[in-house]
Design a binder for this molecule. Structure first.
Ligand code: ADP
Ligand code: MG
Length: 696
């Protein structure tokens, strides 16, 4: 069957120069359709814009020349080494060109053959002249001139060469009718963007660097604009006055809690709570993100917000990222709130371990016998039905899940207010990308009396001295953490040179810390065991806790004054900062010691950054720069769609423009319809990941 109409959804094998066999190879690059090939953007470019005369060649520079072969011959140097020498001439001079082992050349290249060669010249060790080592070359027909320009460099897969990829894309572009513009003219004009059709063509084969930049900007704008529109859409769908819960002005309960707290709120805490209270009292559902460095006291603000919802006759849910944290919050909340007559419940693995226990809690929740429920993601399970959910506090990892939950609540007529807290200091650019649908509050100020934590990066050779110091601290009444990247050695053989938490625990507890109560904690333990170990450490029965990163977020034991991180090079900066935040919570001077034996430049640079600053935001920026967003966020679901061309660092300006544009664009339903079309138009490129956001 012949294909008459061009469809971007066509199988890529119909592109001239591809065919069924190569189409199969391209699948490895996730290229299945013509559209996939079209959006297989170059990862880099080579400048092939000008030819150099042979006489003008400078040693060490990559040049392109066109010349005629004067003579060509070969020498067998050793069994497996043949050298082929040719002399290439043009009207300015001659140069020697050398290939290794490509004996097939002798059949194709003869005296009189014209060649286009790209390569680097150097002084010839065998003569007084220069020799050119070709990176690539093409045999030209008589009279033919090479294609000059900025050449795209594509990511490749086995058996697909750069040449094949280039010509496939070139064929695709020449067979493709002009692409329909997807952005409205006003936006194109206001943002000075070139057309989509031109951008796609120029991104592959740019006429010059200026045009290339214009093309890149246009395509990056599309990606970021779509994401921003999606976020605005989420915001708009929840920005419905009919759906919000109007909370009462803060009353006796909030006041009583403030009086009961052993401290005064910091200025930032007060400010943020005021913003939260205002959101909650308004008709619109609240969607607010609280960003605050480790230990800045976000939990208290969440607590007050929860009390506020209880005062209004609603229930509050507090979703913690880990089991340990859920338990910790539960303990603290109960201690403070039970006297105030607030009924606090826990929904975590501890209580859901039997069906009976679980159903008991479910029943209490739906009968409104609990005012505040604290839990892990168990809280958004289907079976959990609140009587009147007024506020959900969550962390960034769970926010999309909670969006779904909010939709469920919608059936009952209201959307609960939502407060997202982040344990990671996210730089502003990231905030715009991932949290563009939320209003942001910052807690910058730390509670008074915090002493800066002394951070030191140590070589593995000083380990013994480090642990002697830890022992002294413990004998002086403090407690300490030791964090290791692995639980047990068997996890991966590749990492065999890294001691596991188990091994380090065994070494330490039977060696230098003999006679001192030590414990081991890791994520694979049973929830009840974890809980008991954590409880023992919290009350000071255990002095040294060896663990994996299960304690990374939020654990609060003020008497702990030392944090030792083993194989620190294996952790991200933001993660190390979180770990460091486990100490420095009490009156004692605190220490964070980062042990590593890594000689890698980047690793050392990262650890030195930590020594220098205690500011989580500065660190996050540095980490992102050093390791990129994927690494920064780790495997956690951050909701950031894969970007094909935009780069949230380099393209901050485009990001801000895209955000402003989206904000003005998603204002009425007409535009919403347009947006849906826009998405469908580009769904092939961005759709799958993007629709995840928009669907939530
Ligand atoms: P994070 O922002 O990391 O969640 P927490 O809410 O766990 O921080 O607070 C860290 C510690 O500081 C807790 O022990 C908390 O009781 C204490 N804290 C919070 N606010 C204040 C304050 N205004 N003054 C003194 N201590 C405070
Ligand atoms: Mg409200």
């Amino acid at each position: 069957m012949s294909k008459t109409q061009f469809e971007l959804t066509d199988n890529v094998m119909y592109v001239k120069g591809v065919g069924p066999k190569r189409a199969q190879l391209l699948e490895k690059l996730d290229i299945f359709t013509k559209y996939d090939l079209l959006t297989h953007y170059p990862r880099n470019y080579e400048n092939h814009t000008t030819l150099t005369k042979i006489d003008d060649i400078i040693p060490g520079e990559t040049v392109q020349i066109v010349g005629t072969v004067r003579n060509i011959d070969s020498h067998d140097i050793r069994n497996n080494l043949t050298i082929i020498n040719a002399t290439l001439t043009d009207d300015s001079g001659a140069i020697k060109v050398t290939w290794f082992n490509q004996t097939w050349l002798l059949r194709k290249v003869k005296a009189g053959t014209r060649l286009y060669v790209i390569g680097k010249a150097k002084a010839d060790p065998w003569s007084y002249g220069m020799v050119l080592n070709p990176q690539s070359f093409t045999i030209l027909d008589s009279g033919e001139m090479p294609e000059l320009g900025i050449m795209p460099i594509y990511s490749l897969t086995a058996d697909i060469s750069q040449q094949v990829m280039r010509s496939a894309i070139k064929n695709l572009l020449s067979s493709m009718p002009p692409l329909t513009e997807i952005l409205p003219q006003e936006i194109l004009k206001a943002q000075r963007l070139i057309s989509l059709d031109r951008a796609i063509r120029e991104i592959h084969f740019p006429r010059d660097y200026f045009t290339l930049e214009m093309a890149r900007r246009r395509l990056a704008f599309d990606e970021l604009f779509l994401i921003q529109c999606g976020l605005m859409l989420i915001k708009r769908q929840t920005q419905d006055e009919r759906l919000g819960i109007v909370h009462k002005k803060s009353g006796a309960l909030v006041k009583a809690a403030l009086e009961k707290l052993p401290f005064e709120l910091t200025g930032d805490q007060k400010k943020v709570f005021r913003a939260v209270a205002k959101d909650m009292e308004s008709k619109l559902p609240m969607r607010r993100l609280i960003q605050g460095d480790v230990g800045s006291g976000k939990t208290v603000v969440a607590l007050l917000a929860l009390l506020k919802t209880v005062e209004s006759g609603c229930q509050g849910a507090f979703m913690a990222p880990t089991e340990i944290l859920a338990n910790q919050h539960y303990e603290k909340f109960s201690a403070l709130l039970t006297d105030l007559g607030v009924r606090v419940g826990l929904l975590s693995a501890k209580v859901t371990r039997t069906k009976k226990l679980k159903e008991e809690v479910y029943k209490k929740i739906s009968a409104h016998e609990l005012d505040i429920v604290i839990g892990t993601h168990a809280l958004i399970q289907e079976g959990v039905k609140f009587d009147k959910l007024g506020l959900v506090v969550t962390d960034e990892q769970h926010r999309f899940g909670v969006n779904q939950r909010a939709r469920l609540e919608k059936k009952s007529g209201t959307v609960p207010d939502m407060l997202v807290m982040t344990a990671t200091p996210i730089p502003r650019t990231m905030t715009l990308t991932v949290y563009g649908d939320l209003d942001v509050s910052l807690i910058k100020e730390l509670p008074p009396g915090r002493k800066p934590i002394k951070t030191e990066a140590k070589n593995i050779r000083s380990r013994k001295r480090v642990y002697e110091f830890v022992r002294e601290e413990i004998l002086a009444g403090r407690q300490a953490y030791v964090v290791c990247p692995l639980i047990g050695r068997s996890e991966s053989e590749r990492l065999a040179d890294i001691e596991s938490a188990e091994e380090i625990f065994n070494t330490l507890s039977t060696g230098i810390f003999r006679g001192i109560p030590c414990a081991l904690l890791h994520g694979k333990m049973k929830p009840l065991d974890k809980d008991m170990i954590m409880e023992n450490f919290r009350v000071g029965r255990t002095k040294l806790l060896v663990s994996t990163t299960v304690i990374e977020v939020g654990v609060d034991v003020p008497n702990a004054s030392v944090m030792v991180v083993e194989h620190a090079e294996r952790f991200g900066l933001a993660q190390l900062h979180q770990l460091r935040g486990r100490v420095g919570r009490g009156a004692a001077k605190s220490y964070c010691i980062l042990i590593s034996d890594s000689k890698a430049e980047v690793a050392r640079e990262r650890l030195e950054t930590l020594e220098m600053t205690n500011d989580g935001f500065k660190l996050a920026e540095a980490d992102l720069r050093l390791r990129g967003p994927g690494q920064f966020f780790g495997e956690a679901q951050h909701g950031l769609p894969d970007l094909k061309i935009a780069d949230v660092f380099r393209d901050v300006e485009i990001l801000i423009q895209a955000r402003d544009t989206a904000e003005n664009f998603i204002t009425d339903d007409e535009n919403l319809k347009y947006f849906v079309n826009l998405r469908e138009n580009l769904a092939l490129a961005y759709g799958d990941k993007f629709s995840q956001i928009a669907a939530n």
